[in-house]
Design a protein around this ligand. Structure first.
Ligand SMILES: [Zn+2]
Length: 382
């Protein structure tokens, strides 16, 4: 891990350095003060002072002696799991709400039925009621909850053509944050699901050991999150990662965004289902399509196309690793294998040729929205 001492106004500096410590404790689960000093280049007395402050605030606890690597056995610290609670909401074909402790252990979960025809207003009201129900049943007051994270299909996109059905329908102009802030005293954080899933990997998954990666989400929608030096890249207008609407075929299939040949039109769960249906008309959902035709050429071809898109990402960003997540790679080895072959075949640089493409490790619905809250409250430079 690279370490960085933060300079700036003293109070801000203290806050940032506190957050650097919290992030390290998060990544290591148990760690000694001396180890923190070594990893951050902070002086040991400063680390001890900051840790004392975090213990006083009830965020960190001492858990006694760890194993020795020769000298005295060090005192270890860890996060106090019940210091705060977090609510994570993920809006997809099904809506999921989870309540977790500070380290992401799920305490309770609610999931809707597949609500294909629901309006955004109906879904938001339902989520609001269910969150209140969860808080009441666990006797939690708003000030015990660090935040509500909401992963959405996306907002503020240009929506040109009406399509029969999409989970995006109606969300293009909704101010989700404002909607909840009018009705709740809890901090609200909103981002699209591709980016919340990226944060899940960053805080709970491969991000514990990999500091530079791109998470590629291939589900009903397609998007990505770019992590550089342990931080997600947001972009100037905070809309970086719209990988699904990069154009992969000139004058290709029309997309609901108004463009033609967008990657999402060839590799999303909906696109794959649509193409498999040509041979298996009885198929309705993506899972049925995969069950009926697990070896389908459609999966091989979609994987090849996604691999070309990913090799473009690698050529531009040179990440250490590509992490694949979402329902399509998670349910089809045939697809994933084809992606990997295509990536290898299409990368320009010999150095980047062997960039590993691996599967996501935290594919639980809602956990990305928990990571979104954690990422905001414990934001730091490492
Ligand atoms: Zn598009």
């Amino acid at each position: 891990m690279t370490s960085k001492i933060v300079t700036g106004k003293p109070s801000f500096l203290k806050q940032m350095n506190r957050n650097i410590i919290i992030k390290l404790v998060f990544q290591h689960e148990k760690i000694s003060r001396a180890q923190i000093a070594k990893l951050t280049n902070l002086k040991l007395p400063s680390v001890m002072r900051l840790v004392d402050g975090l213990i006083e605030d009830g965020i960190i606890v001492d858990i006694g002696k760890g194993d020795s690597s020769g000298g005295r056995r060090p005192n270890l610290i860890t996060l106090k799991q019940d210091a705060m609670y977090i609510i994570g909401v993920e809006i997809a074909i099904k809506t999921t709400i989870i309540l977790t402790d500070l380290v992401g252990h799920v305490i309770d979960k609610w999931q809707s039925e597949e609500l294909l025809e629901s309006t955004p207003e109906f879904i938001l009201s339902q989520v609001h009621d269910k969150i209140n129900g969860l808080l009441n049943s666990h006797h939690l007051k708003p000030d015990q909850v660090a935040g509500i994270g909401i992963g959405t299909p996306g907002t503020n996109f240009k929506y040109v053509k009406e399509i029969e059905y999409s989970i995006l329908k109606g969300w293009e102009s909704i101010d989700i944050k404002g909607w909840f802030e009018e009705r709740s005293k809890i901090n609200i954080f909103v981002d699209n699901v591709a980016r919340t899933r990226t944060l899940a990997e960053l805080w709970f998954g491969h991000g514990k050991t990999i500091t530079d990666f791109i998470y590629v989400f291939v589900d009903q929608g397609v998007g990505c999150g770019i992590v550089h030096n342990n931080k997600i890249f947001e972009g100037h207008h905070k809309v970086a990662g719209e990988f699904g609407h990069t154009i992969i075929s000139l004058d290709g299939k029309p997309c609901y965004c108004g463009s033609q040949g967008c990657l999402e039109m060839y590799v999303s769960a909906g696109a794959v289902t649509h193409d498999i249906k040509e041979d298996y008309p009885e198929v309705v959902s993506f899972s049925e399509a995969i069950q009926c035709a697990p070896q389908s050429e459609v999966l091989v071809e979609s994987g090849r196309i996604l691999g070309i898109g990913i090799s473009n990402l690698i050529n531009i960003h040179n990440p250490k690793t590509i992490i694949l997540g979402g329902i399509v790679p998670m349910s089809s080895d045939v697809f994933t294998k084809s992606v990997i072959q295509s990536v290898e075949a299409n990368i320009f640089s010999r150095y980047a040729e062997k960039t590993p493409v691996i599967l996501g490790s935290v594919e639980q619905e809602g956990i990305g929205s928990i990571a979104l809250v954690i990422n905001h409250i414990f934001e730091s430079e490492i």
